[in-house]
Design a protein around this ligand. Structure first.
Ligand SMILES: [Fe+2]
Length: 190
């Protein structure tokens, strides 16, 4: 364990924070009503309006602080857990360079990434802790990237190659980077 003494480094680390949570829920409307009515979040994107079993919720005008994913999808879909709970929590980095540094640290510790996605508004890398809990590392692109020309939240999940991205972002060469999975649920990866 490292104990930091450099105030500049401490300031930089404080720019990292938990950006959002992604939850599996049994009933989207019931969960939406709870988080909106009881806890005061607002809907930033309502997936059923365009065929996705997900609802994004936020405080203020952020893209989402909580994503709700309906787990009762197609029978036999192994990617859905069959119960409510955490899909992943997400650590927000202040910029791409900070994210790249964090991801390189993960790889240097021999931990593989599960997936990597360009969501339009965010660039996200996914992994799991030793107990299998999902973790997303991401940074927010400029706000102009969050919404489309109609003012709707951009919802996409384009895979990218972590190894190549790291080379481009910080000029490092890491052989341990995992290839992104090709068939993840878009809604589960936001
Ligand atoms: Fe996420």
């Amino acid at each position: 364990m490292n104990f930091m003494t450099d105030s500049e480094e401490i300031d930089a680390l404080q720019e990292r924070r938990i950006g959002h949570l992604n939850l599996w829920v049994a009933d989207l409307e019931r969960a939406r009503d709870f988080y909106c009515d009881v806890l005061g979040l607002t809907v930033s994107s309502y997936g059923p309006d365009f065929g996705l079993p997900t609802v994004f919720l936020a405080f203020g005008n952020y893209h989402h602080h909580i994503a709700l994913n309906w787990y009762c999808g197609d029978a036999g879909d192994a990617r859905r857990p069959g119960r409510g709970g955490l899909n992943h929590f997400a650590i927000l980095y202040p910029d791409e360079a900070s994210l790249a540094k964090a991801v390189s640290r993960v790889l240097e510790h021999g931990v593989s990434t599960d997936d990597a996605r360009d969501h339009g508004g965010t660039l996200s890398v996914y992994l799991r802790d030793p107990d299998g809990n999902g973790i997303e590392l991401y940074y927010d692109k400029p706000r102009a990237c969050w919404f489309d020309s109609a003012g709707h939240l951009v919802i996409k999940a384009e895979p990218f190659n972590v190894k190549q991205w790291l080379k481009d972002a910080m000029g490092c060469s890491l052989e341990a980077a995992a290839q992104p999975m090709s068939d993840q649920l878009l809604v589960a990866m936001q």
